[in-house]
Write a protein that binds this ligand. Structure first.
Ligand code: C2E
Ligand code: MG
Ligand code: MG
Length: 751
């Protein structure tokens, strides 16, 4: 009810219905006092005719299916007939004031909401006039003038009433349309989208103000044809846009939807989402209408994000993630007939860590930027350069005339890098190693990269500034290495390791005395004995050297302890250490616990470290070595002379023994320079109160040289090869504290 009242007021306002208007409507129809008097005078007659009229009307109306369905049963028909009767009575009795007009609007409204169509009510007025005219003529056959004036008065009230009813219908429709439009406008305002409508066949385009506002255009520059819209788009996007339209127009897509760019007033491309649906207008023409949403912010953010995820922030080059995509694209091109050659170059800056460590990361970064720029200068526009990570770059060479061209480019890159770089006042010479892998259509992206990486690995093995080409042998070698790694990972568990021992002998005036043994690791694999040089580097790489080293230490201590108990008291036990062990936090504590567990005297333990280990490290190594020293353990510097150690190490670190590498002593008897060096090392050790052990002694000439130089400690095949614990026991027996000389007074080789 409330709703009806509200609608009535709304309608009244929309119709501008006022007392004046009501009076005007009467005057227009000539509904004057005479007409009213005439009607009042014949009110009874008219009322009587109304009864037959209403019956006749409903009888007529019920012959139509819709009204028949609506009026339904007898009771309803009676009620409606009564109402109709009252309606006509009021229509001819008035008074025709505001109240009357409002009541008519109300009736019209309820008819409209009941679904009584306008054609029925108009027909009812016609039926009324027709029936009344004929009835008046019938009841007043002798008074044609009276009939005439009465009928004219009836016609005026009917028209007065009818215009109000027609207005009600019309206004109701208008209000409904306005409500719909209002809702639509509000929705549009809320969605912030532009609207467009395109008459397809006439190529007539209309766009809303918001459409224009999104692109910063004024009404004068609004496109009026689809052609003009498309002209506002970047050329490369036009075909996609047209294809999206056509797919919908031809029925392949239920809706047209595309993200594209349209140039704004300043000519800048703006990302928009264009959506539309085809329908027909009232004239049956094809009309495609839809929206235009501003997605520029989202799209720009997406693009920035994509750029960040696919590019390296330092050099701005495509990053590791991009490499796969680029190689995949190149592989697709490769698989097409007539494709030219392509290759992947894996580039690694030589000793970049040294630059970073010595000059700092900031300079390191600048060097990488410069390296990237220099490589880029060696490439053609279709090639791609990516920063793979750290100091590694990947180049994808496409469209090569010959496979060999990849090597030429690699050479050019190496030369390009070779010129000294001036970075933050430092003059640096940077070199790179390059692995080259040709790209085949049958490759996967990962294969090409792996192959180039393998080739790089090979190049690095040759030294600095080298390049290598991938071949299948490399893969075989890697597979072998992998198999070795796998087998090695189980070796400890399968008890395939064994310790061999080599005596360290003190020689004084022809007396040889075993003062210690060096434990040397062996690996039994498939019945053959593998030397540590072949597997220690792998253990170091995989980090397993830590647990294996722990086993070695424990095992060696137990064995030497057994020899102590067999009468070789004080026999020293030398154990080799790898840098990975020493870097392991708590290493000194783990050594201490082995000593504690086994009861091995710390004073009899020697740990051998190499020069390279000292070179790599700083304060932590020093602290660990000091801790070991404080336990009473001695530290030996192994293979002395083979590294690049500075003599400064000798007094900086707690070192007790120098082991002169066999490469010096072996050739010393015949080589003047090596003799001089060996002599200097022996003198150096003596000067620093360190024991000097000569390694790798095999001949009597070497023994003579050592005796002459006053080197008292010797290790080598001359006395004994490394042997298993059980084989070494008799050797210990025979060597221990005895004078073993040959006929010329020289010690005798036993093994
Ligand atoms: P190293 O510590 O310098 O050991 C001496 C090497 O020289 C041993 O080789 C030994 O057999 C060899 N040698 C001894 N006397 C002679 C000789 O008269 N002539 C020649 N030509 N060679 C001689 P091996 O046993 O093959 O060990 C090689 C290296 O492997 C060792 O060099 C050591 O650096 C490493 N290594 C061995 N065992 C272990 C271990 O348990 N842990 C670690 N981290 N490294 C080990
Ligand atoms: Mg050693
Ligand atoms: Mg050595």
């Amino acid at each position: 009810m409330q709703d009806l009242k509200k609608r009535l007021e709304e309608m009244q306002e929309c119709l501008r219905l006022s007392s004046t208007d009501v009076r005007d409507r009467q005057s227009l129809l000539g509904l004057d006092a005479d007409s009213l008097t005439c009607l009042t005078a014949h009110a009874e007659l008219i009322d009587g005719l109304h009864v037959g009229l209403v019956d006749a009307w409903y009888e007529h109306l019920l012959t139509f299916p819709d009204p028949a369905r609506l009026l339904g049963d007898e009771g309803k028909l009676r009620r409606v007939s009564d109402m109709q009767l009252r309606y006509y009575r009021q229509m001819v009795s008035g008074p025709y004031d505001m109240q009357y007009a409002r009541l008519r609007l109300l009736v019209g409204l309820s008819h409209e909401s009941l679904g009584v169509e306008q054609k029925w009510s108009t027909a009812a007025y016609h039926f009324y006039l027709d029936y009344m005219h004929r009835s008046l003529q019938r009841v007043l056959p002798d008074q044609p003038e009276q009939v005439d004036s009465l009928f004219r008065a009836l016609m005026r009230v009917v028209f007065f009433d009818m215009t109000l009813t027609v207005d009600t219908y019309f206004t109701a429709k208008r209000l409904e349309l306005e409500h719909t439009r209002g809702r639509y406008a509000r929705a549009l305002l809320g969605s912030n989208d532009g609207i467009w409508e395109w008459e397809v066949d006439a190529d007539r385009l209309e766009v809303s103000p918001r459409w224009l506002a999104i692109l910063g255009l004024d009404a004068d520059s609004a496109p009026t044809t689809m052609t003009q819209w498309i002209e506002r788009m970047p050329i490369e996007q036009r075909s996609g846009f047209k294809a999206a339209f056509n797919a919908h127009l031809q029925g392949y897509r239920p809706q047209m939807s595309i993200e594209c760019q349209v140039r704004n007033a300043l000519g800048q491309p703006i990302w928009v989402l264009v959506r539309g649906v085809l329908s027909a207008n009232s004239a049956g023409d094809r009309v495609l209408a839809g929206s235009l949403s501003d997605i520029n912010l989202r799209k720009t953010a997406e693009q920035e994000l994509a750029h960040v995820t696919l590019h390296d922030p330092l050099t701005g080059l495509p990053n590791r993630q991009s490499v796969n995509r680029l190689i995949l694209q190149a592989l697709q091109r490769q698989s097409k007939p007539g494709a030219r050659h392509a290759a992947v170059l894996f580039i690694d800056v030589d000793r970049f860590k040294l630059i970073n460590d010595s000059l700092g990361h900031q300079i390191g970064d600048k060097v990488l930027i410069e390296v990237g720029a220099r490589i880029q200068r060696c490439l053609r526009p279709g090639d791609h350069l990516c920063r793979f990570g750290g100091d590694e770059f990947v180049v994808l060479l496409d469209d090569l005339a010959q496979a060999d061209d990849a090597q030429s480019v690699a050479r050019r890159i190496m030369e390009g890098l070779m010129h000294p770089m001036i970075v933050a006042g430092h003059r640096l010479s940077v070199t790179a190693s390059i692995g080259i892998a040709p790209l085949h259509g049958s490759n996967e992206a990962q294969d090409a990269l792996r192959e180039a990486d393998l080739a790089l690995y090979r190049a690095k093995a040759f030294g600095k500034s080298q390049m290598a080409l991938y071949n299948d042998d490399l893969q075989i070698a890697v597979n072998q290495q992998l198999r070795l790694e796998n087998a090695l990972s189980e070796a400890l568990e399968k008890r395939q390791f064994e310790l061999y021992y080599q005596p360290i002998v003190q020689v004084e005036e022809g007396n040889a005395r075993v003062i210690g043994v060096e434990a040397l690791l062996r690996w039994w694999q498939d019945g053959s004995l593998i030397s540590p040089d072949a597997f220690i580097p792998i253990l170091e790489e995989t980090g397993r050297i830590v647990e294996v080293g722990d086993w070695v230490l424990r095992q060696a201590c137990l064995q030497v302890l057994a020899w102590h108990e067999q009468g070789f008291a004080g026999l020293r036990c030398s154990v080799n250490l790898s840098s990975r062990q020493l870097h392991n936090t708590g290493f000194a504590r783990s050594v201490a616990s082995v000593l504690e567990d086994t009861g091995f005297p710390p004073g009899s333990l020697v740990l051998e470290i190499t020069e390279s280990l000292l070179m790599q490290d700083g304060p932590e190594t020093l602290a660990t070595l000091r801790e070991l020293e404080s336990l009473g353990i001695r530290i030996a510097l192994d293979d002395f002379g083979t590294g690049f150690s500075s003599l400064g190490y000798l007094h900086r670190y707690p070192l007790h023994i120098i082991k002169v590498d066999k490469s010096f002593i072996t050739k010393a008897p015949d080589d003047e320079r090596l003799r001089a060096i060996s002599r200097a090392i022996i003198g150096l050790g003596r000067g620093l109160s360190m024991d000097v052990i000569a390694e790798g002694i095999e001949t009597s000439a070497q023994m003579d040289f050592l005796r002459d130089e006053g080197c008292r400690y010797v290790q080598g095949y001359w006395f004994s090869r490394p042997l298993s614990a059980s084989s070494l026991s008799p050797v210990l027996e025979s060597l221990s504290g005895r004078c073993i000389t040959d006929g010329a007074g020289r010690p005798v080789m036993l093994s």
